[in-house]
Design a protein. Sequence first.
Length: 257
Amino acid sequence: MTQACKTVDKDAYTAMFGSDSDSEDTVLTDVEDERFWEESGPEEVEESQTFNPDHVVGSFNASEGITFPDIPGLVYYPELFSHTQQTKLVEAVIAEQYFATPEMNQAMRFGDLPESLTWVIDSLRSISDLFPEPIRTRMPLFDQTIINLYRKGDGIKSHVDLARFEDGIVIISLLSSCIMSLKPASTHPAPESVQAKDIYLRPGDVLSLSGTARYDWEHGIPEREYDIVDGVKLERGTRLSVTFRRLIKGCGEGFEG
Ligand SMILES: O=C(O)CCC(=O)C(=O)O
Ligand SMILES: [Fe+2]
């Protein structure tokens, strides 16, 4: 991962996702040529009809996560974020313009996190099984975020998040899917009966890590262009992850996950 600086002089959306405006133009031209509708004057849109994502963010899809007996402290919330919530979060990341150049793939913020992420943190706190109570109710819940951009084929090496971060880490998956592999950390060898665990993360999925899952297990994403899930080959696309942590008081700002 290469750390991004928070300066940009190029269209961030195009840098991240490319431009598909040509194909859209083509489709519109084709449809117009067919003349499927009566000509009429410009439609009047009342103020109340205009789309405002803030009005429709709503609550999370599910409140109970999936746990894993071998990995205490790991909770998996499939599709926790609705499509609208994912869009809102991706737009917030785009607005920050972190990924302006092709070599940028990681951005970090410490201290006061962007206001555009406040609703995410508030909503996460409202999930009763997110973390053990002392973590879930601490203030602030998080004061650090890392946003990783994975282009097709990218991954992140297996690791335990740095000790300078407190217990309680959340990973939000956006845009595309990948397998995250978890295995016992070399510092905490597990009995042979304990297997490594692969979790297929899709857009809107969330993982929370605390206790054993945070300290005694590693997590990573193998570098490859597709994953095989239940015998099916699933191509990866551009993936974005937003992770939240809290720094231990007195520890400086870290530069690795
Ligand atoms: O991108 C992800 O899903 C995981 C990122 C991660 O593990 C980290 O930043 O420490
Ligand atoms: Fe990590």
